[in-house]
Design a protein around this ligand. Structure first.
Ligand code: G3H
Ligand code: 13P
Ligand code: ZN
Length: 311
């Protein structure tokens, strides 16, 4: 089995009322934790790499780690560029073996977003690579782009048909109230995604795969563990998992999760180091950290995405 695109995955997910997890990878333990969970559950998988991940770990190292995971698991795995910020970044990933790229020109005016997305689509499709685009902006931080809550905006459903038609993109990320990072909603308020926007978009794009970014649920047990062992993540709040499950049963075919993996890994390492202050072999604390990622991903696959058994 070689790396695959998301085309078949999304067609089956759309019809089957489930979603594929897109998990961010930055090092070997993260790749292993995610892919071991997916293998145990026979789940299709998207591994995604941000510009920051490429700067941290190097394109070739990440590529080889993901190729190793494909070989070890035999699963259909797509390798995706998360939040490509320019044609050049997308081109570099397409030329470097990725099977899917996101061009995120969502902060640009509508016509400019169409123009740059169209250019990436032309290059990508020529090489058999699929493209995710975005309309509407999410609050939060990704690489050096920081979008404040006031500057974020929900996707306008009346724009989606023209956008998809003119760009030829293969999937569309929309803004319905999720945001990046661990601080998504004010503590004490009731988070509510805009399902009316999702429904309106889906009505206008029948059969077309929708993507949700910023979909970590920030489980409080991990926040509490981090706080217990010397951290401070007071006020961290995520998207309720029942709302993500509902989105997955509709037209949402890809759900992006990164912060929850960071939480699981960090909580595990903090706990381990607090309980073993004399240990200094990284394998000792990275082993339970990798297991914590595996457990988190298994939970997402079964309880949120519903893609277990679908590989
Ligand atoms: O959407 C952002 C992802 O969580 C990636 O984060 O840019 O810090 O690698 P990063
Ligand atoms: P979270 O920060 O909610 O995990 O979102 C990740 C994401 O959208 C990556 O593109
Ligand atoms: Zn994102």
């Amino acid at each position: 089995m070689a790396l695959v695109t998301t085309k078949d995955m999304f067609a089956k997910a759309y019809d089957g009322g489930y979603a594929i997890g897109a998990f961010n990878v930055n090092n070997m333990e993260i790749v292993q934790g995610i892919t071991e969970a997916a293998m145990d559950l026979n789940a299709p998988l998207i591994l995604q790499v941000s510009k920051g991940a490429r700067a941290y770990a190097n394109h070739t190292y990440l590529m080889k780690l993901v190729e190793a995971a494909v070989e070890e698991t035999g699963l259909p795995i797509a390798l995706h560029l998360d939040h490509g910020d320019s044609f050049e970044t997308c081109k570099s990933c397409i030329d470097g073996g990725f099977t899917s790229v996101m061009i995120d020109a969502s902060s640009k005016p509508f016509a400019e977003n169409i123009e740059i997305t169209r250019k990436v689509v032309e290059y990508a499709h020529d090489k058999g690579v699929v493209v995710e685009a975005e309309l509407g902006t999410l609050a939060g931080v990704e690489d050096e782009v920081n979008v404040s809550a006031e500057d974020s905006s929900y996707t306008k459903p009346e724009e989606v048909e023209e956008f998809v038609e003119k760009t030829g993109c293969d999937s569309l990320a929309i803004a319905i109230g999720t945001s990046h990072g661990a601080y998504k909603f004010k503590p004490g308020t009731k988070p509510q995604l805009r399902f009316d926007v999702l429904e309106e978009v889906s009505k206008r794009l029948p059969g077309f795969p929708i993507v949700l970014h910023g979909s970590s649920s920030v489980p409080q047990e991990f926040v509490e563990k981090i706080n217990k062992f010397g951290g401070n993540m007071a006020g961290a709040v995520g998207v309720p998992e029942d709302q993500l499950r509902h989105a997955a049963s509709l037209s949402v075919c890809k759900i992006n999760i990164d912060s929850d993996l960071r939480l699981a890994m960090t909580a595990s390492i903090r706990e381990y180091m607090a309980e073993h202050p004399d240990h200094f072999d990284p394998r000792q604390y990275l082993k339970p950290a990798r297991q914590a990622i595996k457990d988190m991903v298994a939970h997402k696959i079964v309880d949120v995405l519903g893609c277990n058994g679908k590989a």
